[in-house]
Design a protein around this ligand. Structure first.
Ligand code: HEM
Length: 184
């Protein structure tokens, strides 16, 4: 996993729990890299899982909830670093359709060693979308937070249901996204 995701996680921890929490977290986690992340480096995604599991114990917050909150934080950071991805998509659903077609394609050009998931989007009428997430890594809670955060950026409110599926031995997670309104 790219170092920028780790540096952003530590920024999220600092902002949410304070600077001491970052030191405590790095000390208590199992980190073969030692925890001195650089944005352009690449680290085992298991270090992300170790950090989140340790933070869950230290903050008495479920790991998936933390990943979701981190996803909401991360999308805001992506908006600052990559504003064009948001400008080219007019609505949340346009944006979600562009992850696989455009965003992660560009991310791969920037970081050829990025480990990116696959998203397939299907619109169900005007107000709903199925977004299928395929990855060998278990970051669906992060994806869910990224979707919620993106909805907020687009001024839309959504309900997201998550379900696990298997198709010919291939596993995927489906996010069923229902528009519920607009943020006034
Ligand atoms: C401007 C928007 C976005 C940018 C710049 C971006 C960029 C990235 C980058 C750099 C990584 C790390 C790759 C690696 O670790 O090697 C990543 C991973 C990931 N992205 Fe995106 N992304 C964006 C939007 C989204 C959205 C909206 C979603 C969710 C629907 C999403 C879901 C994920 C997930 C779940 C991963 C973790 C890896 C995995 O699950 O296999 N991304 N993305």
């Amino acid at each position: 996993m790219k170092g920028m995701v780790f540096t952003e996680l530590l920024g999220f921890v600092e902002q949410t729990f304070g600077a001491d929490a970052v030191d405590d977290l790095i000390e208590a986690s199992v980190l073969p890299s030692g925890g001195a992340y650089t944005a352009v480096g690449t680290y085992d995604h298991k270090e992300m899982q170790s950090l989140v599991t340790t933070l869950a114990a230290q903050s008495h917050t479920p790991a998936n909830e933390l990943l979701g909150l981190f996803g909401q934080h991360l999308i805001g950071r992506f908006k600052s670093s990559f504003p064009d991805f948001f400008k080219t998509a007019a609505t949340l659903f346009d944006f979600l359709e562009s992850i696989d077609r455009h965003i992660h394609v560009e991310v791969r050009k920037l970081y050829p060693d990025a480990e990116l998931p696959e998203f397939r989007a299907e619109r169900i009428g005007d107000g709903a979308m199925n977004l299928d997430y395929r990855s060998s890594r278990p970051f669906e809670a992060l994806a869910s937070g990224l979707i919620l955060g993106a909805a907020h950026i687009y001024g839309e409110t959504v309900r997201i249901e998550r379900s696990s599926h298997e198709n010919g031995g291939e596993k995927f997670v489906r996010f069923s996204i229902q528009k519920t309104g607009a943020i006034a």
